[in-house]
Design a protein around this ligand. Structure first.
Ligand code: SF4
Ligand code: MG
Length: 334
């Protein structure tokens, strides 16, 4: 497996008048070629900040990557200048966002917007650019591409516009596509079609995908591996099977319990309480205040990362009976 991305001990802060928010607190993960990794969690957990950090789109100030590395194809993006990043964005790494309307310029034709990046970054003739634009429209499932290149965004439906946004993101053949809530603004039927499209594109192009979402239904459809974030940390990670069939962290279990199922007769059970304040994050497990299994050690010491299996890791004291007792004894004495 070719490793595309490795994020090591990433820390991101935002300095405000009220103090410094520790938005991402020591995040580690990797991504291989052709893989889809989902980053899930409630809003404010640090998932978008993590993906924006990879793209180096954290506005500095007030934001700052204070520690860690972002190794993309062997190069540390955390150390890149803005000039070097500009050559990477939209070319080697592309990003798409929730709202397809704001991503498109209403005053330019779809063709112009598709070919813009190509002309800027690749040595290519007008005819070649147009050919590539038609190919991309075809790839994302837009009929009569040649005709439709001449049209404007408002002449397309919401689902079609999101297809165009995806085509623009992929036109320079990036190695990595980051999609932040890509289907949240779409209705359910269109959502399913767009998710299907991601799978098709991945099979045809081999692009690696990071999918940022709070929607576990979306994750179930297309992710290979899943990272669960809470209060700026990855509290559990594993394959799709690990997370859906054997969630170990009480927070992950809570998230899964709160997903409505088609056959569900029970009410949706949201997790009670709110995440901790990241101006002064807790020393111990950040889920302590909401956790039905919290023990005395939990809010005093952050749990060690436990390997459930080769693919599955969890940060929770429940998984580590022995360490729990040792540390409990030590901590509770002092
Ligand atoms: Fe709950 Fe403790 Fe595990 Fe945190 S470490 S999730 S508080 S049991
Ligand atoms: Mg977000």
């Amino acid at each position: 497996m070719e490793r595309i991305l490795e994020v090591n001990d990433l820390h991101v802060t935002f300095t405000t008048y009220g103090g410094t928010v520790q938005a991402v607190r020591g995040v580690n993960f990797h991504l291989d070629k052709g893989e889809t990794l989902a980053i899930v969690g409630e809003s404010g957990c640090g998932k978008s900040v993590t993906s924006n950090a990879i793209m180096r789109l954290i506005p500095d100030p007030p934001g700052k990557i204070t520690k860690g590395s972002i190794i993309f194809k062997g190069q540390d993006l955390a150390a890149y200048s803005e000039k070097k990043m500009r050559a990477i964005r939209g070319v080697d790494i592309s990003m798409i966002f929730q709202d397809p309307m704001t991503a498109l310029n209403p005053t330019l034709t779809i063709g112009t917007q598709l070919m813009e990046g190509l002309k800027e970054h690749k040595k290519i003739t007008g005819t070649q650019a147009k050919q590539k634009a038609i190919e991309m429209m075809d790839l994302v499932g837009i009929p009569n591409p040649e005709e439709r290149l001449k049209q404007y965004p408002h002449q397309f439906s919401g689902g079609m516009r999101q297809r165009i946004v995806i085509a623009i993101a992929l036109i320079c053949d990036p190695d990595l596509l980051i999609a932040d809530e890509p289907t949240t603004a779409l209705d359910v039927t269109i959502q399913a079609q767009i998710l299907e499209l991601f799978s098709t594109i991945q099979q045809r192009t081999g692009v690696s995908i990071i999918l940022i979402t709070h929607d576990l239904g979306v994750v179930a459809k297309i992710a290979d591996r899943i990272i669960v974030m809470y209060a700026g940390k990855i509290i559990e990670s594993g394959s799709k099977r690990d997370i859906f069939y054997r969630p170990e962290h009480p927070y992950t279990q809570g998230l899964l319990n709160s997903v409505p199922r088609l056959d569900a007769k029970e009410e949706l059970k949201p997790i009670a309480g709110t995440p901790p304040d990241l101006f002064s994050p807790p020393k111990g497990c950040p889920f302590t205040a909401r956790c039905p299994f919290a023990m005395e050690v939990c809010d005093k010491v952050y749990p060690v990362s436990n390997r459930v299996s080769d693919s599955h890791q969890v940060d929770c004291w429940l998984q580590d009976e022995r360490a729990k007792q040792l540390i409990a004894a030590e901590v509770l004495q002092t």
